[in-house]
Design a binder for this molecule. Sequence first.
Ligand SMILES: *Cc1c(COP(=O)(O)O)cnc(C)c1O
Length: 357
Amino acid sequence: MSVVDLRSDTVTRPTAAMREAMMAAELGDDVFGDDPTVHRLQDRLAALLGKEAALFVSSGTQSNLLALISHCERGDEYLAGQMAHCYRYEGGGAAILGSIQPQPLPQQADGTLALADIAGAIKPIDPHFARTKLLCLENTWNGQPLMLDYLDAATALARQHGLATHLDGARLFNAAVATAAGGDPYAAARRIVAEFDSVSVCLSKGLGAPVGSVLCGSKALIERAHRWRKVLGGGMRQVGLLAAAGLHALDHHVARLADDHALAQRLAQGLAGINGLSVRSASTNIVFVDVAEGRGAVLLEHLAARGILATGLIGLRFVTHLDVDAAGIDRTLAAVREFFALPVGAHARAATAAAPY
Ligand SMILES: *Cc1c(COP(=O)(O)O)cnc(C)c1O
């Protein structure tokens, strides 16, 4: 049975063409600065996003951490959403390794931080307070692209108070493809990040590379990040092997994100017609559903038994990507319909099995 893996867009396997590009990559020792493919990737993404410089790193978490500790110093603080990846899901790295205090702010339903909350959280210069240095936003947020006028207003507010700005753009190109609406996604990406001092992009999510993220920003910022990357043990040698996958992804896997978005809509529309669950949000390549009567865990198990993987408990998350096709989405819809067509008691055994969750 083939598996329809909708847990995340990180589960993609490199395509044959991507593997060929990797095997053909010109390599060198990147700690000596000798790897031409790494330079090509960094220069390409910096130029593409309108920033001075870029740094290829191992993961989105490392990229965000490098941004935080390169913008801030010991005793500084950064503002981020209560549910932002760089606050909640990165092990507290900035506090542990940078002695930087996070100031989490409530996240609105659309992923934005209210401008009044941002302004209210910026501390006066006073020995009682940490020094507020940085505003971090995330785009896409749970699959939802943030509006351009919001990004402009939030970055302007930050600048007005002397704060730097960082965008966690793990899925920046999903936001770009959605914003471009058929136009040039690269231009859309450049526009989204235009007012940010730094941006982190994951190559290993919807873009389909096996490993890697890129941090982009000013030359001075990237020099600091380069130093910290070495300190964190992130200096890698013939890593052009991986950078080649990223270059291939930027050339071939950006415009096609529209296909993932269309499949997410197909899934959301199908799910919306099923009694027993409701679609909470469905933007770009991520669909969230709420399952009635706490049956989420049992539904997940029912799907897994049919080779369909998703994540969540009360609310389930389905993510489309390069390795999912329309047949997989239709199989998913059929399996969900089958689940809700059966009487509740039919799942009793599965429910008991799911209890430890
Ligand atoms: C996945 C993700 C990251 C972290 O990327 P890893 O490569 O898994 O470390 C950071 N921010 C957001 C918004 C993400 O979705």
